[in-house]
Design a protein around this ligand. Structure first.
Ligand code: SF4
Length: 428
């Protein structure tokens, strides 16, 4: 049984210590979200645990996943409050978060206590450094400011203004690109005075001699399947958002993928818009990553003409775009200026509220119905991806590749994986 590199952080004492995870947890839980769950059970329900799976950062396809797990509390908003009190939520963090976390020399990070003042954690070489948030000159993002002042980092997982203000629909942002956090992981971090993780990522992840060949074979298989139409546009259409593609008219679109994913399902959009807050509505160029498909579809259905700037503004403020879309009035009579003001109010925790009932369906997978899929088999597949450290969207899109994955983890028996996945589903 390979040792898991686990670090326990006490924010109140500003201490961090490496703790061996006993073989019992490892054997019973295998990895990823299942080990996160076991660590929350061991260290108490106030713990937030970030964890990678055994395949995170390896040459397995779509091995981009880091998982943030926590038990929703009072600060978690209506969607999370509607969940059973013992439920544990697992928020999938993609793009480069998983490999950079693992290359920082840590498999699981357990965060306990509450910091006396706002704090960030810088991880690298298996070590944790406590970093004070730097001053933010007007208009400068926290990330830009950190780039200038903090030790070097490859990726950052940051809370935003919304989480700081205790807003109910706060969402973490990976490198200022947004995320799939729909259950207020950002709020749970903010309640601990934790502003974010900075991932140094200067280490590496071991792989077996045959993994590169296996990886190329799977990429070839996926290429054939993608020819049948499995990129950003077809994926959005399949998710019921075909109309949303019209809202991209005039934008420059480029498909985008997470770390080591052979099948981009995201898109990068560059667009120009008139910002009503600027003198004479001066035009500005902007770009946004369409990572959160359900957020994009919801905003484009609500505001077809202004979905791109509203998405960019939601991400900037650290708000979940699905919640934003549901809170915008059905008829946008006040125009973009009114909508932007409403987003600002939401980010301050003073906007309209919303019942959680419409949002609880797929909370276990960070609140995204796209990740959860439909039916028992797709829920099981998503849970398996969270155990292994692979992107659940990839496994939902290409279930044909599931059988090829076993070769990347020859030491993990199938029965153990099934048990670990079942454990996650049982605590959803
Ligand atoms: S399937 Fe999409 S979300 Fe998943 S790893 Fe690939 S590009 Fe990222």
């Amino acid at each position: 049984v390979k040792d898991l590199r686990t670090v326990i952080v006490h924010l109140d004492r500003r201490t961090a210590e490496a703790m061996p995870v006993d073989g019992g947890i490892r054997e019973a839980s295998v990895g990823g979200a299942a080990v996160n769950l076991a660590l929350i059970e061991r260290h108490g329900r106030e713990a937030i645990v970030f964890g990678a799976g055994p395949l995170t950062g390896t040459l397995a396809p779509a091995s981009a996943l880091l998982i943030g797990s926590f038990r929703p509390g009072a600060a978690s908003g209506p969607a999370a409050q509607a969940a059973p009190s013992q439920s544990i939520r697992h928020v999938p963090l993609l793009v480069t978060a998983g490999p950079d976390f693992r290359c920082s020399g840590i498999d699981h990070l357990v965060i306990l206590g509450t910091a006396e003042r706002p704090t960030l954690l810088h991880l690298d070489g298996g070590r944790v450094l406590f970093v004070d948030p730097p001053p933010q000159p007007d208009g400068m993002s926290l990330r830009t400011s950190l780039r200038r002042t903090a030790p070097p980092f490859r990726s950052a997982i940051l809370t935003g203004k919304s989480a700081d203000a205790g807003a109910a629909f706060a969402s973490v942002s990976i490198d200022a690109k947004g995320s799939l956090d729909k259950v207020n992981l950002a709020g749970a971090m903010a309640a601990k005075n934790l502003r974010g993780l900075l991932l140094g990522g200067t280490g590496g992840v071991a792989f077996a001699a045959d993994d590169l060949r296996r990886s190329l074979e799977i990429a070839g298989k996926v290429k054939t399947l993608r020819k049948k139409g499995l990129g950003f546009d077809p994926f959005v259409r399949a998710a019921g958002g075909g109309d949303s593609l019209k809202s991209l008219k005039g934008a420059r679109i480029q498909e985008a993928a997470c770390f080591h994913c052979p099948a981009p399902c995201m898109a990068h959009a560059r667009f120009a818009w008139s910002d009503p807050r600027r003198p004479q509505g001066e035009k500005r160029e902007e770009s946004v990553l369409l990572m959160d498909h359900s957020g994009w579809i919801a905003l484009a259905q609500r505001r077809p003409g202004t979905a791109l700037p509203l998405l960019a503004e939601s991400i900037r403020l650290g708000l979940d775009p699905v919640a934003v879309a549901s809170l915008l009035p059905a008829v946008g009579e006040g125009g973009l200026s009114f909508d932007i003001d409403l987003l600002a109010a939401l980010a301050q925790g003073t906007g309209p509220s919303q019942s959680g009932s419409s949002m609880v369906a797929a909370l276990i997978f960070g609140g995204s119905p796209i990740l959860a899929g439909t039916g028992d088999e797709s829920r099981r597949r998503a849970a398996l991806a969270l155990v292994l450290g692979l992107c659940p969207i990839f496994l939902q899109r290409f279930p044909e590749t599931a059988g090829d994955l076993a070769a990347f983890h020859p030491d993990i028996p199938t029965a153990s994986l099934d048990r670990a996945a079942e454990g996650i589903l049982a605590r959803g």
